[in-house]
Ligand binder design. Structure first.
Ligand code: FEH
Ligand code: ZN
Length: 373
């Protein structure tokens, strides 16, 4: 099979012909239909996670994975009802299943866990082995480019906005801000509308083309922040909403400026949630934070249940996508465009796999592990 792999940091991926992976008894072999390209993939390639992950080369990136089941290990329980030909997505936090966070359902937070594409082989390949517990079957089939990004870009802001909702800062007469209008941001604006019970949603970004998409996705107002001071942004917000401050913010960028701007715009007792990871540090003025009783939340990726909720919304046609379809052989070129922040929406590698392909064998029949090609 073809795979695009890292053999070192800060180098282009090498597209190579390698053996189809053999699966373990509790694994399923997924023929990859779509693999989303995330900014974290660029960071992985640049060595941002080198110390934390200590991963050995070669590494096959790609943690937004959707595909068809092509083989099922001998010890995959029949009760999973997984069958050859099923359309599935891969839930990405693979925990040890025994720690507190795993038992609470937050496997993506497991200290002993792993993430596909950051150690275990990811979706920048034609096939990927996946523990059966991490698959979610899609009942109403979706296009690859609309399905794969839901496993990260399309679910990470969903979990984060649920935290703002739980913090009690959303609702009528509230202003909710979304920072960033690209991969995560174009989904975030939709969840902001869906989950904020009537709050006014304002999207802040530096690119007019991305802001126009945010408007199409439901933003009540958009503000281009380029070259503007905090005072300018308070003024512009007032002109648009009648309020100088925001009650809630999700930061899909994670740059020093978006954090400082977002916190700087927060009203008393407002809440801010970070999902973007462009920068490395949080630096905010302490007195206004404490005296204003502001709240800062981190929110990492999403758990299985969050993903099930988002998949249900998508299968009901309630989520719109902003996608750039990529051919597998163009992966390196598009990683560079991603690095420059110039992808509009989410880039998704789409393989030549028919999403509607009928199962080629009896449903629920366990298959022997795929033999090496
Ligand atoms: C994955 C692994 C490590 C850091 C960040 C990520 C994100 O892409 C998940 O939202
Ligand atoms: Zn990601």
């Amino acid at each position: 099979m073809l795979a695009a792999r890292m053999h070192g940091y800060k180098q282009p991926l090498v597209i190579e012909d390698i053996k189809v992976p053999e699966i373990l008894a509790d694994q399923v072999l997924v023929r990859v239909g779509g693999a989303g390209m995330c900014r974290s993939d660029v960071q992985l390639i640049d060595g941002y996670f080198a110390e934390a992950l200590q991963t050995k080369f070669p590494i096959t990136p790609g943690h937004e994975i959707a595909g068809l089941i092509s083989a099922i290990g001998d010890r995959v329980p029949e009760s999973t009802q997984l069958a050859i030909g099923d359309q599935v997505v891969v839930a990405a936090g693979w925990g040890d299943s025994i720690c507190r966070q795993c038992r609470l359902g937050n496997e993506q937070l497991c200290e002993h866990g792993s993430w596909p594409g950051f150690g275990p082989p990811g979706g920048y390949a034609e096939y990927v082995p996946v523990p059966y517990r991490q698959l979610i079957k899609i009942q109403h089939r979706l296009k690859w480019e609309e399905l794969a990004p839901l496993t990260d870009a399309g679910v990470t802001p969903y979990r984060a906005i649920k935290k703002l909702r739980a913090a009690g800062v959303l609702g009528p007469d509230r202003v909710m801000a979304v920072f960033g209008a690209s991969g995560l941001g174009s989904y975030a604006v939709q969840y902001a509308k869906l989950l904020s019970a009537g709050a006014t949603v304002v999207v802040f970004a530096r690119n007019d083309e991305k802001l126009a998409i945010a408007k199409e996705r439901g933003a009540d107002f958009t503000i281009n922040t380029r070259g503007k001071s905090l005072a300018d942004l308070h003024d512009e917000l007032f002109k648009l909403t009648g309020k100088r401050k925001i009650d809630a913010a999700i930061d899909c960028v994670g740059a020093a400026e978006t954090i400082q701007t977002g916190i700087g715009l927060l009203a008393t007792a407002g809440a801010f949630v970070s999902v973007g990871l462009v920068g490395t540090r949080i630096d905010i003025p302490l007195f206004p934070f404490t005296a204003g009783e502001l709240t800062y939340h981190g929110s990492f990726w999403a758990n299985y249940a969050d993903l099930q909720e988002v998949l249900a919304l998508a299968q009901q046609g309630k989520i719109q996508h902003s996608i750039k379809k990529i051919r597998f052989q163009d992966v390196n070129e598009n990683l560079e465009i991603l690095r420059a922040g110039e992808i509009i929406g989410r880039a998704v590698i789409v393989f030549d796999v028919d999403a509607d392909a009928a199962p080629d064998t009896d449903a629920n029949t366990a298959q022997k592990p795929a033999s090496a090609a």
